[in-house]
Design a protein around this ligand. Sequence first.
Ligand code: ARG
Length: 588
Amino acid sequence: MEKFIDRISEEMRRAFEEAGYDPALGRVTLSNRPDLCEYQCNGAMAAAKKYKKAPFAIAEEVAGKLGSSEIFQSVEAVMPGFLNLTLRESFVLNYFNEMMKQEKYGVENPETPQTMVLDYGGPNVAKPLHVGHLRPAIIGESIKRIVRYAGHKVIGDVHLGDWGLPMGQIITELKARKPQLCYFDETYEGEYPEEAPFTIAELEEIYPYASGKCKVDEEYKAQALEATAQLQNGLRGYRALWKQILKVSVNDLKKNYEKLDVHFDLWNGESDVDDLIPDMVKKMKEEGHAYLSDGALVVDIRKETDKKELPPCIILKSDGAANYETTDLATIIQRERDYQPDAIVYVVDKRQELHFEQVFRCARKTGIVRDETALQFIGFGTMNGPDGKPFKTRDGGVLRLEYLLKQIKDQMFEKIRENKELPEEEAESTAEKVALAAVKYGDLSNQAAKDYIFDVERFTSFEGDTGPYILYTMVRMKSILNKYREAGGNPDEVSCIEPSSKVEKELMMALAGFNAMLEEASEERAPHKVCAFIYQVANDINSFYHAIKILTEEDQRKQDGYIALLKNALRIMETCIELLGFEAPERM
Ligand code: ARG
């Protein structure tokens, strides 16, 4: 469906043309002065230069062509040459009714849907999810939902870190602690046990211990490197043990992502592309891209236009082992082979920008990616604590995601229990929903690239630009609709009427921007645009609610109209929060 603003601009373009001017000048935008008008057009100012005429005179001529417009209620030429525009209620209503009839509220499927591989999450096996994993999960999940809603195909891949030195470190430490395990017996030829020889809790203790020890103990580190190489070279016992690490850890990760309502289509990891590496390396060597430098195999990725020196991309380390670049490159090969995507998009900490620059350039230079496949890095900023430094626990450690979520949920629970009517059980599940909204909205309402302060007080507030405020508004709407039902009405059977007040009209106009907003959010991969939209709508709803007595309105036709507007606004809001990745409770 044509966008609201485009339909308005089109009418203005027609008037410019009729008055003898270039129709392109008739672009309409939201008003900078909402106290004076709803929309505005500055085309006469630009026309003045082009046609060497006073802008005000042009504006007047154009306004003259719009006297009987079905779109504009009033078109006012004001000095020095602006056009101040107010819409007809009937136009707003017709557009709104038309969009609400459509399955996706005016969002049309693209002519050629794109396929996107979305790489987000990026947890590392054997490490618990901590606050650092919150942003990629939240942002990636929302981008996935938005781009899908826009009509494209998105394949979400968690891209586990499951293949590097950490694996060797864990194996080394397990060998030290439990040398009797069959995995370490090189003469063992039988089947390896089903059951893992450790729990997730043990694993999470072993890994930081081993990685800490590597920093201070050279010999231990050498063992870990050796174990990593043996694992990658396919030593049977190590492979079997590694599979156990993977199994235990992935189980736990899945549970945690589930709690965040974050879902991946693929649970692939760095290890999955191991078998693609030898051919990739061979090709890069044969075609003359890769050469030895200080023992490592590298590809020079500098360009003449570079302002700063970019280090070469390391394809194999001097000991022949794969590194982070290697697996990311091989993963591009795998994604090209399996999905021929139009884009591969990475939602990763912006501090990894150089890594992706190297990988993308190397992939282009060596031709492992088709020219038509876009490679896009969406780097997100750091989540800081109230002190402006990266978020830490009180004793300076990294905070586990589980604890953080629980903390916020408990806080929400206290707040919600202030409403004594809510039974404990419902308060529990409501607190969980509101807490998730607080965290997700707090994150998504910022532009991803910016650092932001994780401010629990602010995020959990029922007022201001927060998730709980959005949900509170929705709950209030639900409650009005329920009361209307209790009084014998049926919100599904009433229709909107021409707005008779400014507050209704503004709400309708805001909602009419849904399809334009959604397309932008999808193209720019920008969930914060959904947040800004829904915040505006929530504010408009609250103005409406405060200005108009909905349930005590005696004119039935009017009341039904209000209810229809509320119901439709709620549908749009439900859609928006679904795109952001959370849901609304019935009461709170
Ligand atoms: N596991 C990585 C890390 O912890 C993030 C992975 C991001 N995705 C990628 N394809 N490199 O830093």
